[in-house]
Write a protein that binds this ligand. Structure first.
Ligand SMILES: O=C(O)CCC(=O)C(=O)O
Ligand SMILES: [Fe+2]
Length: 311
């Protein structure tokens, strides 16, 4: 079996199709924690519009991008990548990446957002948009990919032998985010140990990531710890599960370490756009088979984010 299998979702509207897809998702999550999806139904023109507005934004002069900066890394534009490896306790130079992010909770009134968590809870911050057109496209993308993520959780529930709606109540006030990672051309050689994105696991439920067809660099650790390339499949999304989904399965499903290496051609850029499907901040995450410690989703994610942003 390949480390990152390709799973065609086009038959997910029939019970037999769903059962077969769920079985493949279960296999993938037990053995690698990553899979690639085709036949997902997200319109190609939406992805293209998303890439156009987002690439246009990153090509603006820095002074203009800084106008939509908030606290480091959390909502709006973040100029320095920070060190993602800090989230796993490793010290490395900063990632070679700029980020723009927005949250589905980012449009709520101030008092409602403030009630969703502490200082490191990024989903409590208001969104800050470069333009109305940009916002409209991002919002459509968040809605569409959010619905796909919700269905992947239903299929995951089936794969675990649970009712399809098992997880739904834990995501009905979800604080998911979309982040655009802009890996700029490298005009100076990277420092020792400096990558486009340092090694880490994702923190939440699951991640649904789009990457451009012709440029990758995304690598996944196999069970021996060796780094393996993720193949680029045009028009697909890369899906991986995060720490909370792994906790939900008592560790049977893997939240796998991944990273983005530097390009062979230093002059090229790469834009990846992950949708992070995050449970309700107050969801209690307990192994579905019972046993094991429970964690509160928002507390888990806040602890990881604090490490990420404070090093
Ligand atoms: O750019 C990529 O392919 C991966 C980015 C990533 O791992 C993340 O944003 O968590
Ligand atoms: Fe990641």
């Amino acid at each position: 079996m390949t480390l990152v299998p390709i799973i065609d979702l086009s038959t997910r509207d029939t019970p037999e199709g769903r059962a077969a897809i769920a079985a493949r998702i279960g296999d993938a999550c037990r053995t690698s924690g990553f899979y690639v999806i085709t036949g997902h139904g997200v319109p190609a023109d939406l992805v293209e519009r998303m890439y156009t507005v987002t690439n246009d934004f990153f090509r603006l002069p820095r002074a203009l991008k800084d106008r939509v900066a908030t606290r480091p890394g959390v909502s709006g534009f973040r100029r320095a990548g920070g060190s993602t490896a800090a989230s796993i306790g490793e010290e490395t130079p900063p990632d070679l990446c700029e980020v723009y992010a927005a949250h589905v909770t980012g449009e709520l009134p101030d008092d409602e957002r403030a009630a969703l968590g502490g200082p490191w809870a990024t989903w409590t911050l208001a969104n800050i948009w470069p333009s109305a057109e940009f916002k409209a496209v991002w919002w459509e993308y968040m809605d569409t990919v959010g619905a796909l993520a919700a269905d992947l959780m239903r299929l995951s529930a089936l794969a675990l032998g649970l009712d399809e709606e098992y997880f739904a109540g834990r995501f009905d006030r979800h604080g998911s985010s979309v982040a655009a990672n802009y890996y700029y051309p490298q005009v100076r050689p990277p420092l020792p140990g400096q990558l486009r994105r340092g090694p880490h696991t994702d923190f939440g439920g699951l991640t649904v990531l789009y990457q451009e067809d012709h440029r990758s660099g995304l690598q996944v650790a196999d069970i021996t710890g060796a780094w393996r390339d993720v193949a680029v499949v045009p028009g697909s999304f890369v899906v991986n599960i995060g720490d909370l989904m792994s906790l939900w399965t008592g560790g049977r499903w893997l939240s796998t370490m991944h990273r983005v290496i530097n390009p062979d051609d230093a002059g090229t850029s790469r834009l990846s756009i992950p949708f992070f499907y995050l449970p309700n901040h107050d969801a209690v995450i307990e192994p579905v088979d019972g046993g094991g410690d429970a964690v509160i989703a928002g507390e888990w994610m806040s602890r990881k984010l604090e490490k990420l942003f404070t090093g």
